[in-house]
Design a binder for this molecule. Structure first.
Ligand code: COA
Ligand code: AMP
Length: 661
């Protein structure tokens, strides 16, 4: 990592992998350049053709309407239903018996295969239950569920009715759930009684109950999936039992048909960390999203309909929305739904077991998962138990993939390991290596080349493109391609301010990096206070808001500190109020518990350090960058603008070492 960040300042020509470790061949004749150029030259023709693979109820009046929304809208005038494209059409065209979802849950010891016909039956029934609860087109439905098939049914049932789902990741606490409920104002909430983590069962229902007391939003009903690991108490008149309601609808032979929606209507809202504790409601439309996902399955991931695609993420994240649920299903592939971890369920061979057992062709996961496996089984002893001969490609995203981890995986698996760069906002990959068009050489440390429709520049602070190979803010020229967010939920102005205002004509990605002479993009880190913890995106500002609310805290700063497995973990520096005489260690413990209670275990907030003062510039800006360097044991220099040099020494001492000058 140290080497990586140095190369960020003075990029040298990066190492080029054979990429082959692997499949052997790097295609000399990739169609990538041709397709990328065509999408740039004739975007309407390019995306219009891609959209030919979608079943529209009415075709678009125009492939792109520049006058609508903050920067334009894709497929304006078209009418469609995303659930129809993901489910019904495959049954109508002979894929009814093919597995749509393979559920493999080592944490509960269960497995289940759901065919496309089975999926259709489940989704029709659940949609009819939701309809009877009053859910109709445009209504919001919050889904707070773990990795169980019912979570997928729930998302698709909403899509079927034209309702807008908003999935909240199970690792978030009641407070975070409440913020999302407040913003989305759901008519109905769908939840499970609990999630199952390797070491413990996490009751979700008490978190939902608490969240509902923290918000003025009152859904008319909550549908609760009871899991045997921890059954929930239902609130009379508000909570309904999932199994009882769906059984009743089944017995009455009910079932809801697909409701036509505009291609530009929202399919879902997915909240993601912004720079404050108030998350941003990323809106995803129906039409553009379907088109982008459809293109990506073949061209980017090299998958054929009927093959098994596995995204080891969570339905609560964007990667789960796009590549556990919508893309594989729209494409007619089989999606693997895994409720487990890369290690400990039961061992570091779990991923290889799943690939072998279910004939997975491509796996998409976060580098952190590989680092966890590598730590436990560096020589791949557990891999020897399994036959992975049908496995073709490993894709990584969610955080920076360090070259050492990529090379370790290439060597171990003998397949191409492809890093690609994404954001919740874009819904699909910005830069990657489209193996389906003919793989390009892998450059270690790079997230590959821009996908069709993404026109990137690295910009200086004035918004001018910087020379090739120089670090800048990576920005995407407007319009964004199909699939990307058209706006934030009921917040066009916040969308403009957050993403479009800094660099006119561009979308500001919030990531910094450089583009090399071959057009490869190197994403090196964020330009804001977002950190990536085990592939989970968190706002240090949001954590600071929680800490600052503690009665004894005068001020605080949270930084992301390098971590061998999780990439980064948050570390909080606290200054206590004058006159506080309690033990700092007690207060630190309370603060750690507070962050867990308010944000959730997923924040992995385990380090709070009390200091006498925070290092600041003379204008009062906290020197987070230097603090991070000290914590990461990188070399650092005393900033000329520092107000009080002793404050940095104190940080270094608190962190137990000072390696810098
Ligand atoms: N519901 C409730 N709690 C959850 C949860 C969920 N859905 N997911 C995670 N948690 C909890 C965990 O139990 C853990 O709690 P703990 O502090 O009591 O141990 C905490 O949140 C942190 O979880 P996690 O980030 O999963 O860390 P871990 O230490 O349990 O496991 C890895 C480490 C690397 C194995 C794991 O982070 C991993 O597989 N990451 C992949 C990330 C990923 O898929 N990202 C999506 C982008 S592609
Ligand atoms: P999320 O919205 O949770 O998907 O997080 C998006 C952020 O994760 C990006 O803005 C990047 O900072 C980071 N990220 C995602 N993929 C990569 C990658 N392949 N390389 C480097 N950073 C990445």
């Amino acid at each position: 990592m140290v080497a990586d960040s140095k190369s960020a300042q003075r990029p040298t020509k990066p190492a080029v992998g054979s990429a082959a470790g692997a499949s052997g061949e790097v295609s000399a004749g990739s169609r990538y350049h041709e397709d990328y150029a065509r999408a740039e030259r004739e975007p309407l023709a390019f995306w219009g053709e891609v959209a030919g693979g979608i079943d529209w109820m009415r075709s678009a009046a125009t492939v792109f309407d520049p006058s609508a929304g903050p920067y334009g809208r894709w497929f304006s005038g078209a009418v469609c239903n995303t659930c129809y494209n993901a489910v019904d059409r495959h049954v109508e065209r002979g894929r009814g018996a093919q597995p749509a979802i393979i559920y493999d849950s080592p944490v509960t010891g269960s497995k289940r295969v759901i065919s496309y016909a089975g999926l259709l039956a489940e989704v029709r029934i659940l949609a009819s239950v939701l309809r009877e609860m009053g859910v109709s087109k445009g209504d919001r439905v919050v889904i707070y569920m773990p990795m169980v098939p019912e979570a997928v049914f729930a998302m698709l049932a909403c899509a079927r009715l034209g309702a807008i789902h908003s999935v909240v990741f199970g690792g978030f606490a009641a407070n975070e759930l409440a913020t999302r409920l407040e913003d989305a104002e759901p008519k109905v909430v769908l939840a499970a009684s609990c999630g199952v983590e390797p070491q413990r069962v996490v009751p979700y229902k008490p978190l939902l109950d608490e969240a509902l007391t923290l918000t003025s939003v009152k859904p008319s009903a909550c549908l609760i999936l009871q899991r045997p690991q921890a059954e929930a108490k239902l609130v009379k008149g508000r909570d309904f039992d999932w199994a009882a309601m769906t059984d009743k609808a089944r017995a009455a032979e009910k079932g809801a048909d697909c409701v036509p929606v505009a291609a530009t209507d929202p399919l879902y809202i997915l909240y993601t960390s912004g720079t404050t504790g108030r998350p941003k409601g990323v809106v995803r439309d129906n039409g553009g999203y379907m088109a982008a996902l459809l293109w990506s399955m073949k061209a980017l991931y090299g998958i054929e309909p009927g093959e098994v695609f596995w995204t080891a993420s969570d339905v609560g994240w964007v990667v789960g929305h796009s590549y556990i649920v919508y893309a594989p299903l729209i494409f007619g592939a089989t999606s693997l739904l895994y409720e487990g971890k890369p290690v400990g369920t039961p061992d570091a061979g779990a991923f290889w077991r799943v690939i072998a057992e279910h004939s997975v062709k491509a796996l998409f996961t976060a580098p952190t998962a590989l680092r966890a496996i590598k730590k436990e089984d560096p020589d791949g002893e557990l891999l020897k138990r399994y036959d992975l001969k049908g496995f073709r490609t490993l894709f990584l995203a969610g955080e920076r993939a360090d070259p050492a981890t990529i090379q370790w995986a290439e060597k171990l698996l003998g397949v191409p390991v492809i890093d690609h760069w994404w954001q919740t906002e874009t819904g699909w990959c910005i830069c990657g290596n489209p193996v389906g068009l003919g793989q390009l050489p892998v450059k270690y440390g790079s997230t590959g080349v821009p996908m069709p429709g993404y026109r990137l520049d690295a910009l200086d602070e004035a918004g001018k493109p910087v020379p090739t190979g120089t670090m800048g803010s990576i920005a995407i020229k407007l319009p964004l391609p199909p699939g990307c967010l058209p706006t934030l939920w009921q917040a066009d102005e916040r969308f403009r301010e957050s993403y479009l205002a800094d660099f006119p004509g561009y979308y500001r990605s919030g990531d910094a990096g450089f583009i090399d002479e071959d057009g490869y993009v190197f994403v090196m880190g964020r330009t804001d206070d977002i950190i990536n913890v085990a592939g989970h995106r968190l706002s240090t500002g949001g954590i600071e808001e929680v800490i600052a609310a503690h009665q004894d805290v005068a001020e605080c700063a949270v930084i992301g500190v390098r971590d061998e497995i999780k990439g980064e973990v948050p570390c909080g520096f606290i200054v206590l109020k004058r006159g506080v005489e309690r033990s700092p260690a007690d207060i630190e413990r309370e603060i750690i518990a507070l962050v867990r209670e308010k944000i959730g275990p997923v924040a992995a907030f385990k380090a709070a350090v009390t200091v006498g003062r925070l290092p600041k510039t003379r204008s009062g800006k906290i020197l987070r960058g230097t603090m991070k360097k000290i914590a990461d044991h990188d070399s650092w220099t005393m900033p000329a603008t520092i107000e009080d040099a002793g404050a940095l020494d104190e940080v270094a001492a608190a962190l137990g070492g000072r390696d810098g000058a």
